[in-house]
Design a protein around this ligand. Sequence first.
Ligand code: URA
Length: 182
Amino acid sequence: MTWEELEKTCKECTLCSLSETRTNCVFGVGNREARLMFVGEAPGEKEDLSGIPFVGAAGQLLDKYLTAVDIDRDSVYIANILKCRPPKNRDPDPEEQDKCIGYLREQVRLIRPEIIVCLGRIAAMRLIKPDYRITAEHGQFVKKGNFTLTAVYHPAALLRDPRKKEDMYRDMLKIKEFLDGK
Ligand code: URA
């Protein structure tokens, strides 16, 4: 599948009921040749309205970390496990994830990033392992086939608990060092 076919199919998707309540499908944004891909959970209100991932408060905090460790937002690709917003931002349910994950899989196949960074527990449980414990395992690198995977705290979790910010900075620095080949 080409990017154009994939994006069109995704935007017309009616595989689950979230398609009935979405304003926009939030496909993904960024560099299609990215070495680094971020994967979040699901669009929130601002993302649903704009059609762009991570544009709300959590996204603005993510941008600050990218700037802090000198990673250019234009060099990365950002997507979510779910492409449509769950009502009231509830957790994505497993069935919704199963129906939607194919789009992310195709995005990964087209981009072939060197490292995939899960933003938060939901993405890490889906992409790294079902029993992933974000508090204990964030920042650890895992090799899966040709990819390196890691997870960091979800920026929304940092807004709720600023004590996690130091860990986030350290994890983001590690990701930058990986990209720099250190
Ligand atoms: N939270 C997510 O997980 N993804 C977004 O796109 C926005 C907020």
